[in-house]
Write a protein of this length. Structure first.
Length: 572
């Protein structure tokens, strides 16, 4: 800010009445409709919206990285920092600037952290070379100095042994470390503004918190302004001074973070807050003892036999001439008509447990019991018949649905595999199941590619229900969905459980979602079940330090709080 308190500093970035559209074979599709905002020096601004809202399109226009099919219809994007290409002292209009000027602004003045390091990092270049490239491109230092700065940048973003990491390739680093590398690339040229487009959406919640904490410290230490683009309102509330909420190409709400969270004025913002599991204290399900913060009546849970039980499960995998123990002595039970939430980060062993329950993996030791019957060693026809009693819904429905089959054929495929009914009966059941998952029966004749992500996940759920299972394994079923679509799927799962008496093993890395839908929770780390119990007990009085760390990492939830959803927004 200016030393003269009566004269506010000029904005670093000014976007005025930006209108952008995409040219398609079917005509022109508006993507951004009259968007205006500023970013002040040192300000933390968040642009929040769901997929298709136009937020990433705004970022690409600011950076001058627009695809050929995108057309800027009107507006201006003014960069007020020194761009190195305008010697008049006037702001640089990025929309009308020459490529030479854009190259100076991009990277040198405006740093950019993209969403996916797997796509953004060159797989055949060493990490240090990719960071040094930003220094060399802007002629900030000779080659030897650029390499030194690359190692220094890795250390600055919190990567251990930076000299070793600089010599490694992207595939040799974890997802969290690769994301830190992208931050190092963005910061190595010392920009004035950092644009981060969904920088942690693919990461585990604790890794996300560590990276965002570190990014906050770096921007504060350097006095950087930041524009955080995210679909997660909880992250925005926790990390930004000011929030812009974007829907269908328009900014529908703007204001200080505390105001947007506690006093939203637009229905879309209120819906985002209601749908975000980390920002509400109301659960979709009730525990065995009941609770006045539930959306459904309390359950009376039968003691025995459980729908599914795992006893002393051990799983070893071959590794480098030896073995790696992925699961170590895990026992759990899922009572009929209830949901067991299994929470853990990537590599914790939770998906392996799900595969063992499905009998897609054979345990090294331990037993799997379905309705009290040991199914650990069954094979052949007995195993095929078992498949009708326990089904799975996976994370990515686009990968699990056959793109060559229609939606109806995909849903009916398990019936054909088990030789159940004739073709007409299967088609009729597929249409009936589409209606049960709140989709029109007419979608049966479409291909999966013509559906949205939420619709595809509903189809995957319908497919799992065709054989009328007793137990459904839900492996990260909503992690790839926007918050409002996620809320719709969770509502659907609770409704189906109520109507059909289904038992769920709900596998997730997201504790806020698990709290919303599970009756009991187990926390797994490095193959060990660290603690388990009724959901509200685990969230209200966790006993293991790792569980407390997971709880404190829920976006929008203050560290040490007893229940999520009681977020205290940033001060205006």
């Amino acid at each position: 800010m200016s030393s003269d308190s009566t004269t506010p500093a000029s904005p670093l970035l000014t976007v005025e009445n930006l209108r952008v559209s995409y040219r398609t074979h079917g005509g022109t599709v508006p993507a951004v409709r009259g968007v205006s905002f500023t970013v002040d020096p040192g300000e933390r601004l968040a642009l929040v919206g769901e997929s298709g809202s136009g937020k990433s399109t705004v970022a690409s226009v600011i950076l001058g990285l627009t695809p050929p099919e995108l057309h800027v219809d009107s507006g201006s994007v003014l960069w007020n920092g020194h761009a190195g290409g305008d010697r008049t002292g006037h702001p640089t209009d990025i929309l009308r600037a020459r490529e030479r000027v854009l190259r100076t602004v991009r990277g040198r003045r405006i740093g950019y952290v993209p969403q996916d390091p797997t796509v953004s990092l060159n797989p055949v270049m060493r990490i240090g070379e990719q960071i040094a490239e930003a220094v060399l491109t802007h002629r900030l230092a000779p080659k030897a100095e650029a390499r030194r700065r690359a190692v220094e940048a890795l250390a600055t973003v919190g990567i251990d042994d930076p000299e070793l990491r600089a010599r490694q390739y992207p595939h040799e680093l974890s997802g969290g470390m690769r994301q830190r590398v992208l931050i190092a690339v963005a910061l190595v040229a010392s920009p004035s503004l950092l644009i981060a487009d969904e920088p942690t959406s693919a990461l585990d919640v604790t890794v996300q918190k560590r990276i965002l904490d570190h990014l906050d410290r770096l921007t504060a230490d350097r006095g950087l302004a930041s524009l955080l683009i995210t679909h997660d309102l909880g992250v925005a509330v926790e990390r930004a001074d000011r929030i812009l909420v974007m829907s269908r190409g328009q900014i529908v709400e703007a204001g200080p973070a505390g105001q947007v969270l506690n006093h939203p004025t637009h229905p879309y913002t209120r819906q985002l807050i209601s749908d975000a599991p980390g920002l509400t204290t109301v659960r979709r399900v009730a525990g065995p003892t009941g609770d006045d913060r539930q959306r459904t009546p309390a359950l009376t849970v039968p003691r025995t036999p459980p729908a599914l039980e795992l006893r002393g499960i051990v799983k070893d995998f071959p590794s480098g001439g030896g073995t790696f123990r992925a699961v170590d002595g895990v026992s759990l039970r899922i009572d009929r008509g209830t949901t067991y939430g299994l929470v853990g980060e990537s590599g914790s062993g939770k998906t392996t447990l799900g595969r063992i329950a499905l009998r897609l993996e054979q345990p090294t030791d331990g037993r799997v019991l379905l309705d009290g019957t040991d199914i650990t060693g069954i094979t052949g026809g007995d195993l095929r018949r078992l498949r009708t009693r326990i089904q799975v819904v996976q994370q990515n429905p686009y990968a699990t649905l056959n793109p060559r089959l229609t939606v109806g054929e995909n849903i009916a495929e398990p019936l054909a595999a088990t030789r159940t009914g004739n073709r007409r009966q299967r088609r009729d059941l597929a249409r009936e199941l589409l209606e049960q998952v709140a989709l029109p029966a007419e979608l049966a004749d479409r291909r999966p590619a013509g559906l949205s992500g939420g619709q595809r996940q509903r189809v995957a759920i319908a497919r799992a229900l065709t054989v009328d299972p007793e137990v459904v394994i839900l492996d990260e079923p909503v992690s790839a969905l926007d918050v409002s679509v996620q809320a719709q799927i969770l509502d659907l799962l609770v409704d189906l459980q109520d109507r059909r008496g289904l038992s769920y093993l709900f596998i997730s890395h997201d504790l806020a979602v698990v709290r919303d839908i599970a009756h009991r929770v187990g926390v797994i780390r490095r193959g060990h079940l660290l603690e388990e119990g009724p959901t509200l007990d685990i969230f209200g009085s966790p006993t293991h330090p790792y569980t407390r760390e997971l709880l404190d990492a829920i976006p929008g939830r203050p560290a040490g709080a007893g229940q999520p959803g009681q977020a205290v927004a940033a001060a205006p």
